[in-house]
Design a protein around this ligand. Structure first.
Ligand SMILES: Cc1cc2nc3c(=O)[nH]c(=O)nc-3n(C[C@H](O)[C@H](O)[C@H](O)COP(=O)(O)OP(=O)(O)OC[C@H]3O[C@@H](n4cnc5c(N)ncnc54)[C@H](O)[C@@H]3O)c2cc1C
Length: 308
């Protein structure tokens, strides 16, 4: 039975702040994506997730939209953008709500003379997205400091995961790989070392300068498109396959760093998918390696990551 019953549609329409047929492009760093049937920003997403689950309404959680390629045909059901951004510091431990940005948390930690999270200054997404992806850079990753995660499993109720239960690997987790489909991250607790916050701020400033020098940070993109294969770099392989600067519509493989795809304005998800498939095909032909997408394609007709 379709979720679009009159009772469900009526309930959705009456939700405070809900928007219908909301274009999602403005909620992603790629600036790409068709409409969500219904869209909400929520500081208490658990209530919404539980209610949607009970009513059989499909939903998709959104953080900062910095690791997503949203289909041109949009997303069915409700898109819930998590904007719960609170945090508390207890000695060496910091509890952060899912909607808090990693960059902001990195600065908060340094302000409290806690060190070991400086790398997170390079991750523009939220804590919720970072848990799903085990985000990391500059040799650090969330699993190095994560203690536990509190959230909700639809149909089961509240859940607290110890970090070791989340299957955190290289840009992967049991949440992203679907062991708990639709599970919500509400808070994450990290444990850091006491140290010199001023020095940590200096390190973060240096990392930011280095990132601006080497990556097309100011353009519209989704960060790394592919994971790096063991012992190699996806950018090097794509460049060696002759695809640096390759274009499809308004999408282009970056001249500066070939593991980035840039939206020059008006690019579609179909344009980006074409470049992704071209890069995978060429690298496979040249080097016999199958590049695995780091970006997550969602929505109607999303196909990235398909073995081809
Ligand atoms: C310029 C740029 C540089 C980047 N550099 C890096 C980098 O160095 N290292 C790195 O790891 N990543 C990097 N990224 C990618 C991205 O920032 C990370 O993957 C980040 O963790 C995604 O967080 P987000 O809030 O944007 O998640 P989104 O893109 O909004 O969502 C990603 C996934 O998480 C899920 N999700 C989001 N919030 C929740 C929640 N509360 N509960 C459950 N599921 C949720 C979504 O449903 C989706 O499946 C970069 C991106 C850009 C644009």
């Amino acid at each position: 039975m379709s979720w679009r019953s009159p009772a469900n549609e009526g309930w959705l329409r009456d939700l405070p702040g809900v928007r219908r047929d909301q274009p999602l492009a403005r909620n992603t760093s790629f600036n790409i994506g068709g409409p969500a049937d219904y869209f909400l920003e929520s500081e208490t997403p658990a209530e919404l997730v539980a209610a949607c689950d009970e009513r059989g309404i499909p939903y998709r959680l959104l953080g900062a939209g910095t690791n997503l390629l949203i289909s041109d045909a949009g997303v069915e059901g409700v898109v819930i953008r998590c904007v719960n951004r609170g945090w508390t510091v207890h000695g060496r431990e910091v509890v952060a709500q899912a909607g808090l940005k990693m960059m902001r948390l990195a600065r908060i930690c340094a302000e409290h003379d806690l060190i070991g999270f400086e790398w997170a200054i390079g991750v523009p997404g939220t804590i919720g997205g970072a848990v799903c992806q085990n985000a990391g850079c500059w040799g650090g990753q969330l699993s190095d400091v994560l203690l536990d995660v509190a959230g909700l499993i639809p149909g089961e109720g509240p859940r607290r995961w110890q970090a070791g239960e989340l299957g955190l690997g290289y840009r992967s987790s049991a949440l992203r790989q679907g062991r708990w489909p639709g599970a919500l991250v509400e808070t994450a607790t990290i444990r850091l070392a006491p140290g010199d916050g001023a020095a940590a701020k200096g390190d973060m400033a240096r990392l930011t300068v280095e990132r601006n020098r080497t990556q097309p940070i100011k353009s519209k993109n989704c960060g790394s498109v592919f994971k790096n294969p063991p012992g190699d770099s996806a950018g090097r392989l794509i460049e060696a396959a002759g695809l640096r600067g390759a274009r499809e519509g308004a999408a282009q493989i970056s001249e500066q760093h070939a593991n980035f795809i840039i939206n020059h304005g008006g690019a579609t998800a179909a344009d980006v998918l074409e470049l992704i498939e071209r890069a995978r095909r060429r690298v496979r032909e040249r080097f016999g390696l199958d590049l695995e997408p780091e970006v997550e394609a969602i929505g109607r007709e999303a196909v990235v990551g398909r073995a081809s």
